[in-house]
Design a protein around this ligand. Structure first.
Ligand SMILES: C[S@@+](CC[C@H](N)C(=O)[O-])C[C@H]1O[C@@H](n2cnc3c(N)ncnc32)[C@H](O)[C@@H]1O
Length: 503
């Protein structure tokens, strides 16, 4: 039996006694039902890399994917046995199980009518299977680091004063009005990157001051009542309501239906109400912390998400024994992702800033320690080295590198646009020297597209642009260029003058 199968079987054995309306089934009943459970999983992915994520899902889970109109999302069907594997995907940020999808939702004319429909919807949705998946998933889910809390919400106070079960509709609405700050901000949802940063920020700001001990004793006295929140992500011009209002009214109805407690920061269940123009998807979150937070412990000023690093590496389909270089590595995010996922290749991470090289080395070291602790044995290491160098003069032999994957200074937080006018042509020239003619590839991320295209236009004999992926990096519109090295031999300027290159 595989590790994943074993883990899944154990999970089906977890105690499933829940005082929940829609999953009042016995443990054995749930076990046998769950064995054949088929559900639709939604995943947020770095915008622009939807196809890459779909390819990974098809390759690793054998499931075809639907790429959403709403950028940065994919959907695929799985059976419960594959749930552990879903958490091992490298291209996805957050996961949720779909409760129901409305492809062409007909919004009523007035705000009051629309909000009333949201209230009515809560009681009509097919919650049962998604909640079983949510329950099984709790064992797979990576826990978010808990923060100190600054205030308690009224739901907890009510429970503590014995009023918890008698919450009336007015209280429920008030509760949601007081706590929808995050969903309001999530109106910016179009950009998955922004959405996630804001969610995290709100979580940090609103966490209550109760400490862990107090929290666990509370859970002991009141174990069966689930805490939940609703997050509404809305995108579209034609809505007569805000995400804030939708979350409040839908959330109030969910609370009435399940008799759960609303808790915006310390919740067990996060219900998602995703609205994109006329499309609505109701889901239940399966990740507490984005899956991109996996490799990096020592952050730099412009650390790249591991999921994006994976997408960039995958664009050039690395083959065993390939030599893959990130010549401007920063924290080493790209090379580290490469070394963990393509361990049959050799990865080199370099940077001209000694602080960056240090961070990359520390990140590799933390990852090795983590895997040693997990596996309980000495690790043989990762196929990766770090080095301090200047990209304009790399200590590498001509034609020795198969793939270059790098995240270039945008000229905003890192470097300057003015400096890029010199740096970019020099980078491209040196990369064309070290890259293998005819088969070499480069995947380069930049927001300074004008400067990049200008630099590339002077090197058409050495590089051919085959594909561009448009991505959103923290709200900045950036491009990932896939270049192929032409068969033309590199001729160093000094050789043109009759001198020989030392490499
Ligand atoms: C956008 S950052 C890369 C961030 C990295 N992907 C990460 O996840 O941390 C660009 C990097 O290029 C490096 N850099 C700038 N000029 C360089 C040069 N001439 N040679 C090598 N590295 C350079 C900077 O020090 C910086 O770390």
């Amino acid at each position: 039996m595989s590790d994943v199968q074993e883990a899944t079987n154990q999970l089906l054995d977890v105690n499933l006694h829940e005082n929940q309306r829609s999953i009042q089934v016995t443990e054995s009943g749930l076990r046998s039902e769950s064995e054949h459970l088929q559900v639709t999983i939604g995943a947020t992915v770095p915008t622009g890399f939807e196809q890459t994520a779909a390819d990974e899902v098809r390759e690793k889970l054998g499931s075809p994917c639907k790429i959403s109109k709403d950028r940065g999302k994919i959907y695929f069907d799985i059976s419960v046995e594959s749930l552990a594997q879903v958490h091992c995907l490298r291209s996805v940020d957050n996961l949720f199980v779909v409760v129901q999808e409305f492809k062409d939702y007909q919004f009523k004319e007035t705000k009051e009518e629309v909000l009333k429909d949201f209230e009515d919807l809560a009681g009509k949705l097919p919650w049962s299977d998604p909640l079983k998946i949510w329950k099984i998933n709790t064992c797979f889910k990576k826990k978010k680091t808990k923060h100190k809390k600054i205030n308690q919400n009224s739901s907890k106070q009510k429970i503590e004063s014995g009023q918890g079960d008698k919450t009336d509709e007015r209280d429920v609405k008030k509760e949601f009005t007081n706590n929808v700050l995050d969903s309001q901000i999530l109106d910016y949802y179009e950009n998955a990157a922004i959405k996630e940063e804001i969610s995290t920020l709100v979580g940090d700001d609103l966490t209550s001051c109760k400490d862990e001990t107090e929290e666990s004793s509370k859970e002991e006295t009141d174990p069966e009542v689930l805490k939940f929140r609703v997050t509404c992500n809305r995108a579209g011009e034609k809505h007569c309501f805000s995400s804030n209002e939708a979350a409040r009214d839908f959330g109030g109805a969910v609370q009435d239906y399940f008799k759960w407690k609303a808790d915006m920061t310390n919740f067990d269940v996060e219900v998602l109400l995703n609205i994109h123009d006329n499309e609505i998807v109701v889901g239940i979150a399966l990740t507490e912390e984005s899956l991109h937070r996996r490799n990096i412990t020592h952050f730099g000023p412009t650390t790249l998400r591991s999921t994006l690093a994976y997408g960039m590496l995958r664009l050039c389909a690395p083959q065993p024994t390939d030599i893959i270089v990130d010549p401007m590595c920063g924290t080493g995010a790209i090379s580290i992702e490469g070394a963990t996922e393509w361990s049959n290749c050799y990865h080199i991470a370099g940077d001209n800033n000694p602080l960056a090289v240090n961070r990359a080395a520390n990140n590799i070291s933390s990852l090795l320690t983590k895997s040693q602790v997990k596996e309980g044995k000495l690790s043989w290491g990762l196929p990766i080295d770090t080095i301090q160098w200047d990209i304009c003069n790399l200590p590498l032999r001509t034609g020795s590198v198969d793939i270059i994957v790098t995240d270039m200074p945008f000229g905003k937080r890192m470097g300057s646009k003015k400096r890029n006018w010199n740096l970019y042509p020099a980078c491209l020239r040196e990369m064309s020297r070290v890259c293998r003619p005819g088969t070499g590839q480069a995947v380069l991320l930049t927001q300074d597209k004008k400067c990049f295209i200008k630099a590339l236009s002077g090197m058409g004999h050495l590089w051919r642009k085959v594909h561009t992926v448009w991505v959103n990096i923290g709200g900045l519109h950036a491009a990932v260029y896939l270049l192929k090295r032409t068969p033309q031999t590199f001729v160093h300027p000094s050789e043109q003058d009759g001198e020989r290159s030392p490499w």
